[in-house]
Every structure is written in structure tokens, then in C-alpha cells.
Design a protein around this ligand. Structure first.
Ligand code: NAD
Length: 327
């Protein structure tokens, strides 16, 4: 009756919408599930998926992963074989203010989907995890074999908790599982609370840009198309149980990032240097050798090129996104 056998949760969000678009273009039967929550303007999410809806092999489902009755109906109705689980409340700093919603959405939501996967014979589960699970890891670059037992924000702890549930379900029920640890993803449609978005908004307004950690915090920034390619490679490889870092394999400081962005926009930044905030880690840097070897993952986009694409999208959508305040 239908061949919608891939379920993408959080499909209208930043990463999810790019993934659904690529899966749809490549002719996969794709269910794009999202609850359009108000974590940021849901109109942005509607805009994100406007291209996807024209594909006959894609279907939008508005549902909440905490609604087990809705989930049951979805899994009964469609022959779902693969779940790519990206729905979450994302973001480190807000998790210090309201940790409970992270337990609800990020942990309970994940377990709800694992339960459905077990009951309805899902073959593969891919979990969108985060570099934040490495916490304050003094060994760089971060490798999948490093210890991950000291997270420094409730968000990171919820992501790590979900990873453990994925491992347990894979072990108990033989669901093929890949855990993908994304390293700060950027590009068109990036969440408005993230640094590139915030910097661009403040540069355009001529306002001061707060650089926490005195601008010295370093991040491995990964372009969204590279992440999406990594997700699809993991989906196609179908390992029994693996954890992969998906990053760029490079790290740059906030100062350097702002310098590149200011050059692209041709705007001189006004900078406010501030100390580190609770929950921040000094550096993220992915060792991507495992993903390169086992998935054929090959991130290609330079920060200069990726930022230009982000700015192009930002200008195009400015009226939609300009009122988004930082979370
Ligand atoms: N963006 C990054 O840099 C980054 C880095 C590491 C990990 N991740 C992870 O990748 C995933 C996607 O992140 P993103 O940046 O695209 O975030 P996003 O907020 O743009 O996307 C998440 C989507 O999930 C949806 N959602 C939230 N709660 C839901 C619920 N209860 N039911 C159904 N849908 C729900 C939201 O409406 C949103 O569209 C998240 O799991 C996040 O933790 C992101």
C-alpha cells in the first residue's frame, strides 16, 4: 500500500529537514515527523520543509514523540524499517535552566521510539547524538574509544543517557544501531540559538557580540551537507552496533570564526569578551578516522564556503528569522 519505510524524527528541524530533502531526492520513502514545537519559531520549520512536500515519496507527519498512542498508530500504519532519530530539545545553555524537558523529550522520547522499534520490527535505529557527551575531555581529538562518563550539562547527560538506551535495545533485541556524534553543525536553516546565527544577527544590527571564554573556545564546525552524507552512509552500511564521530576533523576558535564571518559580511565586529559560561567545554575536535574508514565519510566543506552558504540563506530568509531572539 505504501513504501514509507524510513522515519526521520525532528524532520522539520535544521538537520532533519536537510536529511529528509536528500532522502526524498534519492527516492527513499520518507516519513518526516515533527511536532513543530515553539523552541524556536515553527514558521521557520514550515519553511524548512516546503521543498520536501512536493516529493511524492515523502510524507509529513505532525506528531509528538511523547505521544505513544500517535506513535503506535504511525508504526501500525507504515512499514517502517529504519528510524533516524533527530527530534530533541537541543542546546546546552537552556538545559541548565530547564533540565526536566530534556529528560522528557530527549530521554523518554528516545525510549518511546526504541520501544516502538522493538514492537514493530524496525531493522535499524540511527541516533543523532552530540560531541557534548565527551564533556571536559582533556585528550584531543575526541575518539569514540574515549571515556564518556563526565558530561557537563543536562543536555549532554540526556544525549549520553539516550546513547545507553540505544545500546541496551540493540543488545537485547538485535536492532542494528549506529550512534552518530555530531560536532557543532552549521549551514542554511541552522537553529537561531546557535553561534553563527547569533553573530550574523548582531553584526547586521551593529550590536556587541559576546564572546564567551574570551573568544578562545574552540569548536569543530561541521557543514550540514557533510553531516547528512554521514547519516546516509551509516544508514546504508547497517552495522550491528557502532558509534561514530561526525565532525570536520578540524577545530577553530570563536575569534577566528568571527573574523571569517565579518570578512564575508564586510562588517567590522564590536566584540565583548566574557568568561566561560557553565556548561561550556573549552574545545571540541573530532577524530573522524573511524567514520572515514568504516563509513567512507569524507567531509568536504571548508568553513569559508559553508559560512558563505549560511549567509546567503540568512539574507534570503531575513524577514522570517530576524525576530528570533537567542534562547
Ligand atoms: N545542530 C547541532 O550542532 C547538533 C550537534 C550535535 C547534536 N545535534 C542533535 O541533532 C538533532 C537535530 O538538531 P537540530 O540542530 O536540527 O535541532 P532542531 O531543533 O532544529 O531540530 C529538532 C526538531 O525536533 C523537533 N522536536 C522536538 N521535540 C519533539 C517532539 N517531542 N516530538 C516531535 N518532534 C520534536 C523540533 O520541532 C525540531 O524541528 C538533535 O537531536 C540534536 O541534539 C545537533
Amino acid at each position: 500500500m505504501n513504501n514509507y519505510n524510513i522515519l526521520v524524527t525532528g524532520g522539520a528541524g535544521f538537520i532533519g529537514s536537510h536529511l529528509c530533502e536528500k532522502l526524498s531526492r534519492e527516492n527513499y520513502g520518507t516519513l518526516c515527523l515533527d511536532n513543530f514545537n515553539e523552541n524556536y519559531n515553527p514558521e521557520i520549520k514550515r519553511d524548512n520543509i516546503s521543498n520536501i512536500l512536493k516529493y511524492k515519496n515523502s510524507l509529513l507527519i505532525e506528531a509528538d514523540i511523547l505521544d505513544t498512542i500517535a506513535l503506535k498508530n504511525i508504526f501500525q500504519k507504515y512499514p517502517i524499517k529504519k528510524v533516524i532519530h533527530l527530534a530533541a530539545i537541543a542546546g546546552v545553555r537552556p538545559s541548565l535552566v530547564d533540565p526536566i524537558i530534556y529528560i522528557d523529550t530527549d530521554i523518554k522520547g528516545t525510549v518511546n521510539l526504541l520501544e516502538m522499534s522493538r514492537r514493530y520490527g524496525v531493522e535499524q535505529f540511527i541516533y543523532g547524538s552530540s560531541s557534548s557527551v565527551y564533556g571536559i575531555n582533556s585528550k584531543i581529538p575526541f575518539s569514540e574509544s574515549d571515556r564518556v562518563d563526565l558530561q557537563v550539562s543536562p543536555y549532554a547527560t540526556a544525549k549520553r543517557g539516550s546513547e545507553l538506551y540505544c545500546a541496551t535495545y540493540s543488545h537485547l533485541y538485535g536492532i542494528k544501531t549506529s550512534i552518530l556524534r555530531f560536532f557543532t553543525v552549521y549551514g542554511p536553516r541552522q537553529r537561531p540559538d546557535m553561534a553563527f546565527h547569533k553573530f550574523t544577527r548582531l553584526l547586521f544590527k551593529g550590536e556587541k557580540i559576546p564572546l564567551f571564554g574570551y573568544g578562545k573556545l574552540k569548536r569543530d564546525y561541521t557543514y550540514v551537507t557533510d553531516i547528512v552524507n554521514g547519516i546516509i552512509l551509516a544508514m546504508e552500511k547497517e552495522y550491528d552496533f557502532e558509534v561514530f564521530n561526525l565532525g570536520s576533523g578540524k577545530t577553530i576558535s570563536l575569534n577566528e570564526l568571527l573574523e571569517i564571518l565579518s570578512k564575508i559580511l564586510v562588517i567590522e565586529p564590536k566584540i565583548e569578551l566574557l568568561p566561560e559560561q557553565p556548561g561550556d567545554v573549552p574545545i571540541t575536535w573530532a577524530d573522524i578516522s573511524k567514520a572515514q574508514k568504516m563509513l567512507g565519510y569524507a567531509p568536504r566543506t571548508s568553513i569559508e564556503k559553508g559560512l558563505k552558504e549560511f549567509v546567503r540563506w540568512y539574507r534570503e530568509k531575513e524577514s522570517l528569522i530576524e525576530n528570533e531572539e537567542e534562547i
